[in-house]
Structures are given as C-alpha cells and as structure tokens.
Design a protein around this ligand. Structure first.
Ligand SMILES: [Zn+2]
Length: 205
C-alpha cells in the first residue's frame, strides 16, 4: 500500500465506522477522565505564554464579534445580575479607591475633549441638570427634602411674590428663598424679589 492508498483507506474506514469510533472515543474519555484532566492542566501550564498570546490574538481578530457577544450577554442578564453587579462595583470602588481615582484622573487627562463634551451633554440632560441644581442649593446652605423641593422647583412657573413669569426669564434666575438659620426652603422667587427680600432682612437685622 502506498502512503496515498493508506490515507484513502483510512478515510473510508473512518467514514464507515464513524459511530463506532465515536463511541470508542467517548468510552476512552470516560475511563481516562482524571488522566486527561491532568494532561490538560499540564499542557496549559507548559504553554502558558503561548496560550496567553493566542487568546490575545483571538481577541484582537474578533473584536467586533466579541463586542456583539458581550452586548447580547449583557442585555440578557442585565436585570438578573443588576443588584449583584451594583453591589460588586460599589465594593470594588470602596476597596480600591486610590486606584479608581488615579484611573479617572488619567482618563480625564487623556480624553479632555470627550470629557468636556460628555459633561456638556450630561448637564443638559434632566438627570444632570437636577444633580447640578441640587448641589448648588447645598452650596447656598439650603437643607431640606431635596426631592420634594426639586419637584416644586420644576413645576413653579411664577414668582411666589410678584407672580411674574419665571419661564420668560432665564431658568437659572429662579431663586430659592430659604430660612438662613434652619436652611429650610420657603419660596421660589424671581431675581428681583429675592434681592429686595435680602435687602429687607439685612436692614431688619
Ligand atoms: Zn418676583
């Protein structure tokens, strides 16, 4: 038999006996489970660098595919794992606060334009506007139920004192009149009423 003939013979033999070979392989695997496992571990250990390199190459060559796969996995499990993920992220941030801070600092430094643009979009979004507004109240010394006060702030269209149309003027001109001793919110005023009120309280004291 020439090598060519032998090859052809093997091919036909394999085809004819496919089921039997499969069964034999299965049995062999079952019988040698532990041995094969050890072999596999040893192989992985002996070829650590090569496997690492292969993995990296695979990731590089299949970027889009993997991205898609991750996205599908994320969508599928986003609700199931949400609580767990948030908890994990919180703990990670707490345990690695210095690393996280450094990473953010570096990211900001390397992505100045993008960060600026993202900030601009975020501040314009409802959520971002709300957080920015509430933090400015805190800075002014207003201490109250911020959720409740913000709701009032959002739906107030007219100055509580002179009834002028606050929407006509600049939104940021809505002034949060509050008790300067307790911090508690009192009224939403236009810019001018707020100045007048401050002058009155200054002359009174
Ligand atoms: Zn007014």
């Amino acid at each position: 038999m020439t090598p060519e003939e032998k090859k052809e013979y093997d091919r036909i033999y394999n085809e004819k006996n496919r089921e039997r070979i499969r069964e034999r392989n299965r049995k062999y695997k079952e019988k040698n489970k532990e041995k094969m496992k050890l072999q596999q571990i040893k192989y992985r250990e002996d070829n650590k660098e090569k496997l690492k390199e292969d993995k990296k190459k695979y990731r590089e060559n299949n970027k889009e595919k993997l991205k898609e796969k991750n996205k599908i996995y994320y969508e599928k499990n986003k609700d199931r794992d949400r609580e767990k993920r948030i908890e994990y992220q919180k703990k990670y941030r707490e345990d690695n606060i210095e690393i996280v801070r450094e990473r953010i600092r570096k990211y900001k430094q390397n992505n100045k334009e993008k960060v600026r643009e993202d900030n601009r979009i975020y501040t314009k979004s409802d959520k971002g506007y709300k957080i920015k507004t509430i933090s400015s109240w805190k800075y002014q010394g207003l201490i109250d139920d911020y959720e409740k006060v913000y709701e009032r702030y959002e739906y107030t269209l007219f100055c509580d004192r002179c009834r002028c149309d606050l929407d006509q003027s600049n939104k940021s001109r809505k002034c949060m009149d509050h008790d300067h001793d307790t911090g508690l919110f009192r009224n939403i005023l236009c810019f001018y009423c707020n100045i007048k009120l401050n002058q009155l309280s200054n002359t009174a004291s």
